[in-house]
Design a protein around this ligand. Structure first.
Ligand code: F6R
Length: 360
């Protein structure tokens, strides 16, 4: 039942505050030691291969950005269909981490089995209890998104990002890069997250931005660092359900070719949550604006951007960088939803797509 919502996708976005809370609070409530006790011992790993498909892979890209900068542990993120047919290099103590909502994605399962066969430790982040990937992995950590019906993932992806953020916090702590007091401060912020998500879902409308996008057949998402990973997911969501072609680009890479596609009116969604990098992204925004782009700026509320550089602004709350990805994704999902709705698309079951891809 859709509980009065027009689509399952919208219902599932509205479930995000609750499922993020259920996922995160099942690993930690108020003390970092609870988190250490509820996840496998990750202190010995010097390298992590995150292997998955689609949105689950983009959740992995967020994790890479967090783990490398905060825990200083090397992370490679790979598409499972590529990973399964290469000879992965395991030269130091490596953990292969497979992320999957269904736990049945054929390529992700094959990648997991390959790592197992090589004698490498494996861990799965999975939503469906008892699924194939959950059964085959050495360690399992479940997301608690519940059943997801819309083909395009929203709440399950959100819980993947949430649990991966906890894995990043855990690694940062067990690798001695953050004190117990600092870790517990971050956990205090985590307690506020569900309310923040609720506020973003309830109070914000993206109708004007959705109208700008819905009239075009070519859209760009640009950002740097963590924001680049968010762009990948935002762009995929838009393509899947609205059938608008879109491309996610690292903001600094545009001028190496793709900027030729920007013309008068082309919508560019620019994401700026990275304090260290936002001025760099702003200068890339200036470049696309100068070529006529219609800029929709998704920006952390405390970062100042002059009005000349955007046509529409979406503010998102400032939180610790380790959990910033979780709040960043919500407006992107709602925006895609509204664009698809304006275009009259069959949102819950886009053409050609299946919920669980159990064939190669
Ligand atoms: C996108 C989407 C897909 C899945 C991918 C992996 O909205 O749903 O990209 O994320 O097929 O599926 P799981 O997580 O079940 O392995």
């Amino acid at each position: 039942a859709k509980d009065g919502y027009e689509h399952f996708m919208l219902k599932e976005i509205h479930e995000e505050p609750r499922v993020v809370r259920e996922t995160m609070f099942s690993y930690v409530q108020d003390d970092i030691d609870q988190l250490v006790a509820s996840l496998p011992d990750l202190s010995k790993y010097q390298q992590i291969h995150i292997v998955s498909c689609g949105s689950a892979m983009y959740a992995g890209m967020i994790a890479k950005s967090l783990i490398e900068s905060a825990a200083r542990v090397r992370v490679d993120v790979e598409i499972a269909s590529e990973y399964r047919y290469k000879d992965p290099i395991y030269d130091v103590n490596t953990l292969v981490l497979v992320v999957s909502q269904s736990g049945e994605t054929a390529d992700s399962l094959a990648a997991l089995l390959l790592a197992k066969q090589q004698g490498v430790d494996t861990m799965a982040i999975v939503n469906v209890v008892g699924s194939s990937i959950a059964r085959e992995a050495k360690y399992v950590a479940y997301t608690h998104a519940g059943v997801e019906i819309a083909v395009a993932t929203t709440k399950a992806y959100c819980t993947q990002v949430a649990l991966l953020s906890l894995v990043a916090l855990n690694l940062t702590y067990v690798h001695g890069k953050v004190s117990k007091a600092q870790a517990n401060e971050i956990i205090k912020e985590i307690q506020q997250l569900p309310d923040m998500l609720q506020h973003m879902i309830d109070d914000v409308q993206y109708v004007k931005a959705a109208k700008i996008i819905s009239r075009h057949n070519n859209v760009f998402f640009i950002g740097r660092g963590l924001d680049y990973a968010l762009c990948m997911e935002g762009s995929l969501k838009l393509k899947e359900i609205s059938y608008i072609h879109s491309e996610a680009y690292a903001a600094g890479e545009l001028k190496h070719g793709t900027i030729s596609l920007i013309e008068k009116g082309t919508p560019v969604v620019a994401i700026c949550t990275e304090e260290r990098l936002y001025e760099k992204t702003i200068s890339n925004i200036k470049e696309v604006k100068a070529r006529g782009a219609n800029v929709i700026l998704v920006v952390r509320e405390d970062l100042q951007v002059a009005q000349d550089y955007y046509d529409y602004k979406i503010s998102i709350p400032k939180v610790n960088r380790l959990i910033q990805g979780i709040v960043g994704v919500v407006p992107l999902q709602l925006l895609s939803y509204q664009v698809a709705n304006l275009r009259g698309c069959e949102i819950d079951q886009p053409r050609n797509l299946a919920k669980s891809v159990t064939v190669e």
